[in-house]
Design a protein around this ligand. Structure first.
Ligand code: NAD
Ligand code: 6OD
Length: 503
């Protein structure tokens, strides 16, 4: 179904009466026993979506026990072909129920359906298919070695699933980022307990229905809702029955989770925050650079970990670049998710809007020039309760200003001129983060030279968020630990035993 048809059908926020979320434990939906709930609201207009139960020790214990029973039982006994066939069916079922996933994701996040229908939901399905090939084709190493008696020895490696994996995921691309962990974890034979973001509980819940429909054994995929500290997130990551924790979220939460993981020595895979630079050289194709930077700054209302918040432009094209990006920002249409003309949705919540607005205020206090935006837009009465914010561009801030050094996670960027390749590289790397960078140039040698010096996990040349799922994904410096994607996912989701046979 196309977005146009959905639009014609009904406004998103009125599309269902109410959607209460539920935990999904051992193949069954439950409200749990804690008696605590919270209200899930839609950031488009502040309307109530439904209630969400907060999991406590009983739900976490039950989910971990179910995951162990599945691992020791039907899931652990399946062949890789049986397992991956089921995951292929999960992908097909997500695609069959595409509109339900799309609607749920856009209700929770407020993001445009035109975006979620191209990125979030298709990738949510693809994440289950991608890792089936890895699981089926992975080989392990083998070494022969001489021994003093002349008979030698043979070493070979065996890979087995790590065990029960805790998946802690954020709200910005809820289904995509959660399945980016669950897909490889299950393909490689683990079972999972997921704690989705408290702000976006719906698609993780819906995925439980898909698991049951296609016959994934109960206990393989479990979901417990709740918050992070002093709630389900902390309980799950500290649970002794968890063998590994894979986390996507802020660097501050990543640090807390690493401390929690230290109890019992559990490995952590962490995809964290960023303060990503774009370098635009005077020899760039400016049309492409503007189009790519529009996406990298404003897509998903700037709530993409890979998004650009610092733009460095070589001085001869600086004025033109600023003017054209300003024009692009001012042409973005704010609106409802189901409206195909919407280019920018709201931020995820009023709380997050307060954070982003605090940076808008500090930018001015610290002497930046506001090229466009900088505040809250006037919206029609039916959207006035939403978390709307203006797309914003600054120039003229000092290199140590908050808007240049701290991750904002909003639809905004600072643009600064540079005069040499060396200066551009120095400015790009002058951050504690190291997630992504984009380099815009038509000079092939420069492209390779500069990319090799970016202190990041991913460097795009003349593109942004172009993803081949076989490649390594992750961050350097404070942007993460480890890499996932393709065979790199084996590192975290499997454990190796070396067998040494004396001949
Ligand atoms: P967050 O860190 O606030 O929350 C992420 C998840 O962690 C949520 O489910 C939350 O409940 C849980 N959590 C928080 N503290 C916890 C704790 N102590 N123990 C257990 N669980 C805990 O992040 P967010 O606000 O949801 O997402 C935005 C942040 O995520 C940004 O910093 C963004 O850059 C980052 N992010 C990074 C990537 C990446 O791939 N590198 C991708 C998406 C988002
Ligand atoms: O594309 C991916 O696999 C990925 N993890 C994207 C992360 C986007 C951050 O918001």
């Amino acid at each position: 179904m196309t977005v146009d048809v959905l639009h014609a059908r009904r406004p998103l926020a009125q599309s269902t009466a109410r959607r209460d979320a539920a935990h999904f434990i051992d193949g069954a939906f439950t409200q749990g026993t804690s008696g605590k709930t919270w209200q899930n609201t839609c950031p488009v207009d502040g309307s109530l979506i439904g209630s969400v139960p907060e999991g406590g020790p009983a739900e976490i214990d039950a989910a971990v026990a179910a995951a162990w029973a599945a691992l020791d039982g039907p899931w652990g006994r399946m062949t890789v072909n049986e397992r991956t066939a089921l995951l292929g069916a999960v992908a097909d079922e997500i695609n069959r129920r595409f509109d339900e996933f799309l609607e749920a994701e856009c209700l929770d996040t407020g993001k445009p359906m035109s975006l979620a229908s191209h990125i979030d939901i298709p990738r949510g399905a693809a994440n289950f298919k991608m890792f089936t090939d890895v699981a089926k084709t992975v080989a392990t190493e083998c070494f022969t070695m001489p021994t003093p008696d002349g008979n030698g020895a043979l070493n070979y490696a065996l890979r087995r699933p790590r065990g029960v994996i805790a998946v802690i995921s954020p709200w910005n691309l809820p289904l995509l980022l959660m399945t980016w962990k669950v897909g490889p974890a299950l393909a490689l034979g683990n079972t999972v307990v997921v704690k989705p973001s408290e702000q976006t509980p719906l698609t993780a819940t819906l995925l439980g229905e898909v698991m049951n429909t296609v016959g994934v054994p109960r206990g393989v995929y479990n979901v417990v809702h709740g918050f992070g500290p002093n709630s389900a997130g902390a309980l799950l990551t500290q649970h002794p029955g968890i063998n590994g924790i894979t986390f996507t979220g802020s660097t501050a939460s990543g640090e807390a989770i690493m401390r929690q993981a230290a109890h019992g020595i559990r490995p952590v895979s962490a995809e964290l925050g960023g303060k990503n630079p774009a370098l635009v050289f005077a020899d760039a194709d400016l049309d492409r650079a503007i189009e790519g930077t529009m996406r990298s700054v404003f897509s998903n209302c700037g709530q993409v970990c890979l998004g650009t918040e610092r733009v460095y432009v070589e001085r001869p094209v600086f004025a033109e670049f600023v003017a054209r990006l300003k024009q692009g920002a001012e042409s973005l249409r704010l609106g409802r998710p189901e409206d195909p003309a919407t280019g920018l949705g709201p931020l995820v919540s009023e709380q997050h809007r307060r954070k982003v607005l605090s940076y808008y205020a500090r930018a001015v206090e610290q002497g930046a020039t506001v090229v466009t935006g900088g505040g809250v837009p006037e919206m029609p009465a039916d959207l006035a309760g939403g978390a709307w914010i203006e797309p914003t561009i600054w120039t003229g801030a000092a290199d140590d200003a908050a808007i240049v050094t701290e991750e904002i996670f909003g639809p905004c960027c600072h643009i600064r001129p540079f005069d040499s390749e060396e200066e551009a590289i120095r400015l790009a790397n002058a951050t504690r983060y190291g997630l992504a960078a984009s380099v815009w140039t038509e000079n092939l040698s420069r492209a390779h030279r500069v990319a090799a010096r970016m202190e990041v996990g991913i460097c795009w040349v003349n593109s942004w968020f172009l993803r081949d799922l076989r490649t390594a994904f992750g961050g350097a410096k404070a942007s993460g630990i480890g890499r996932e994607g393709g065979v790199h996912s084996l590192e975290f989701y499997t454990e190796i035993t070396n067998v040494c046979v004396k001949l």
